[in-house]
Design a protein around this ligand. Sequence first.
Ligand code: ZN
Length: 375
Amino acid sequence: MAWSLTVGYVYGTAVRIHVTFLLFLAWIWVAYYQRGGAGAAWDGVAFVALLFLCVLLHEFGHIFAARRYGVKTPEVTLWPFGGIARLERIPEKPSEELVVALAGPAVNVVIAAVLLLLLGGNVGMEHIESIENPQVSLLAKLAAANIFLVVFNLIPAFPMDGGRVLRALLAMRMSHAQATQTAASIGQGLAIGLGVLGIFGNPMLIIIAVFVFLAASGEAGQVQMKQVAQGLLVEDAMITQFETLGPTASVGDAAEALIRTTQKEFPIVDGAVHLRGVLTRDAMIRALQAQGPGASVLEAMAEVPTVGTRTPLDRALALITQRGAPVVGVVDSGGRLVGLLSPENVGEMMMLRAAQPDARFGPWAKRSPPARPVA
Ligand SMILES: [Zn+2]
């Protein structure tokens, strides 16, 4: 990801800090400096840095819980508004999602408990109000902030952990898609309530409400897309008409093909129609700038994953998101390239199916429609 610095790796997960987070730290320093001089400025930065260490540990709570179920996490990024761990997938088994969702806040419960023990148990709500005051002990503020993190994250609305906890609990009694829909509706109801509170009180609540409302619709949409894909195969959605380039082609040849067609990705195939890689429009332009039109497509191309024609479409979609691949090559049983699958053409097919769920057009018309869950 651009604009973020990798500061290290923990068990295969890259820990990144977004540039805006560093700007945020600088802003904190200046804000505290104006109020109480250099001493206060460093105290302020130390508190925010420690707070975000707690946020990072919270994310690693999720990451380590997910590892138990075989889900890897390539990276976690710290932003001024919190941490985002990019899990390869969210476990769909309700009990597993429940554990993964709860593991994050559980870390903050432990941190708060340890800090409270260290402080001898005398920290109360008054410290949350005086959190801006540099005189209040750093540890007490940190304990209060961890308690706040637990409460905030357990609000039962996406994208908070509480939304996932709610979905997991609902999914124990209904289908995953239904549970998501119900959890999203509850979250949106909460967001509206929060927005109304914001009108009469803190305007910050209105911003949070809008954020929560949009996140809930996004989550519901994603699950709908997955549900549409269920029961379909890669061959139902793949592009079958496209131009290919030979291994001896130059980037200049590829540029000509780019103009001649509407394609943006060109597969490079050898004499046996085996896929060697894919040359994207961006890679083509980079190669033209760096090496000129004579450069070999083999040097400029990128390798992409391949799937069989009978692979379930949802699994191929997951592969595209996990690997960040521009396209996926579709091969027949002999390993020959017979199709391409891109996020765009899958999206087009989804729109067609959403518009006419029972229509009998397209390759899937040959088979009976996928089974729908009984309401
Ligand atoms: Zn969390």
